[in-house]
Design a protein around this ligand. Structure first.
Ligand code: C2E
Ligand code: MG
Ligand code: MG
Length: 457
């Protein structure tokens, strides 16, 4: 069970040769990764004479990369040295501290009488490292997050214990940084679930598990069907039909959104090219990592060529955050797309930075007003005022304005009164599978014909 045979007398820190220069990190003077892991393994002793509780803290600086990138590596190194000094100043004699990665540290508290000692040290480190550092004439503020794992409660082996501390650290970071978290078994379950989901997602394109559903949007001037938004679904053998909110963020994080996005583009163009009405547009959502690549326009050109879809029928929906992500590449890509004849719309407007600069700098055709404003447009004067202002701005800039998530006739009345040019939402139709699009188009044509019949009668 154990990594190292328990020695008769548990070695004290002083008798480990951990302080030997070869085992210390030259920058901070703390232990090197291997030395700390050795010490950790030696203490992971269960069975007779073992099982003495101890704590492991994993600590990571919150803004180290920004310091390195803006002030340069020498200042980054000076920061790591200063952090090492503060950590040394905060721990007790028998504690062991090491640098286990670029800006990652680990601290072993071998003499743990109560878990509260570990949380108290974590709190002290968070507070100490949040204080400014004066480095080379710069006042640098970094801060840290800490994860805590306890032997033998959380894990009995060194690697597993370090993973527990890391999972708690990720949790601290995910919940806003500058704080500590104690490991909980649910974190391991969540990490395992994420790992499974990631593996399934990697296989999903090859297995043909993705499909597109389509939601109509309507031109409020004429009342006619204007086109459809393609919305991605994942038909998972065990989970059923998974909505994009449950896997697109993960796909973005692990870079898989690029091949998935290419599949979406090709499929949406091919399916739209088969619709009986060549005036109907198709909108495709595009994520930040896709927009940040130089080859998006080439992918679009290939999808159009393969499907025969006219470029003006394709619209790409981008978010404010995606445009900000790598603004110069995003701008170059948008201009290239525009030159192809493809349209661009700004999705979820009002939920991101809502910078007017974007409305001015990017070659846009449409702004989609986020559902959060539409949902209470009929009941809150503030939301109606915002919708009116955005629609007015759109009109002045020559953009169409689509209201997203319209669910009631009262909302629709308000949207028309406040100047929106288009609308989309459950009031008209939920997103439907590709096979049902033809029926929606046919129904809308019958309704148009009936309306015209009424007018001419
Ligand atoms: P979105 O682009 O803003 O799409 C609109 C979302 O609102 C869709 O959710 C749609 O089903 C939902 N919706 C439409 N009308 C109503 C309504 O009246 N009431 C309510 N409550 N909801 C309505 P969905 O399909 O779950 O998609 C969520 C988001 O996932 C999308 O938001 C988009 O950001 C992203 N997404 C969808 N497909 C793709 C894709 O192919 N690629 C990428 N990168 N993202 C996608
Ligand atoms: Mg959209
Ligand atoms: Mg939207």
């Amino acid at each position: 069970m154990t990594h190292a045979a328990p020695t008769a007398a548990a070695p004290s820190v002083a008798t480990d040769d951990l302080d030997a220069p070869s085992r210390t990190d030259s920058l901070t003077g703390l232990l090197q990764r291997d030395a700390l892991l050795d010490a950790l393994s030696r203490r992971c002793v269960t069975g007779p004479g073992g099982g003495t509780p101890f704590a492991l803290l994993a600590l990571d600086l919150d803004r180290f990369k920004a310091v390195n990138d803006t002030l340069g590596h020498p200042v980054g190194d000076a920061l790591l040295r200063a952090v090492g000094r503060r950590i040394r100043g905060a721990i007790r004699g028998g504690d062991l501290a090491g640098r286990i990665g670029g800006d990652e540290f680990a601290i072993l508290l071998p003499q743990l009488t109560a878990e509260a000692e570990a949380t108290a040290l974590a709190a002290r480190l968070v507070e100490l490292l949040a204080r400014p550092f004066l480095l080379d004439g710069h006042s640098v503020v970094t801060g840290c997050s800490v994860g805590i794992a306890v032997f033998p409660t959380d894990a009995q082996e060194a690697d597993a214990l370090l993973r527990c501390a890391d999972l708690a650290l990720y949790q601290a970071k995910a919940e806003g940084r500058g704080d500590q978290r104690r490991f909980q078994p649910v974190l391991r379950a969540r990490a395992e679930e994420r790992r499974r989901m990631e593996a399934d997602l990697r296989a999903a394109i090859g297995l043909g598990q993705f499909e597109l559903h389509y939601q109509p949007h309507v031109d409020l001037g004429t009342g006619a069907l204007a086109g459809f938004e393609a919305l991605l679904r994942w038909r998972h053998p065990q989970r059923g039909l998974v909505p994009p909110g449950e896997f697109v963020p993960l796909a973005e994080e692990i870079g898989l959104i690029v091949p998935i996005g290419e599949w979406v583009l090709r499929t949406a163009c091919r399916e739209a090219a088969g619709w009986p009405d060549a005036s109907l547009g198709v909108s495709v959502n595009v994520s930040a990592p896709q927009l940040a690549r130089r080859d998006l326009a080439a992918q679009v050109r290939a999808a159009l060529a393969a499907s025969g879809l006219a470029p003006h029928r394709l619209e790409l929906e981008v978010t404010e955050t995606a445009l900000l992500h790598d603004a110069s590449t995003a701008l170059a890509t948008c201009e290239e797309l525009r030159a192809l004849g493809v349209r661009i719309s700004l999705d979820d407007f009002g939920t991101g930075y809502s910078s007017l600069t974007q409305l001015r700098s990017f070659p846009l055709d449409r702004v989609k007003i986020d559902r959060s404003f539409v949902s209470d447009v009929a009941t809150r004067a503030e939301s109606a005022a915002i919708v009116r202002a955005v629609a007015g701005l759109g009109a002045s800039l020559g953009l169409r304005t689509t209201a997203e998530g319209v669910e009631t006739a009262a909302q629709l009345d308000q949207l028309v009164a406040n100047g929106c040019t288009d609308a989309q939402g459950f009031l008209f139709s939920r997103p439907v599978p590709a096979a049902e699009v033809l029926a929606l188009i046919a129904r809308s044509k019958r309704q148009d014909a009936a309306a015209q019949g009424r007018i001419s009668a």
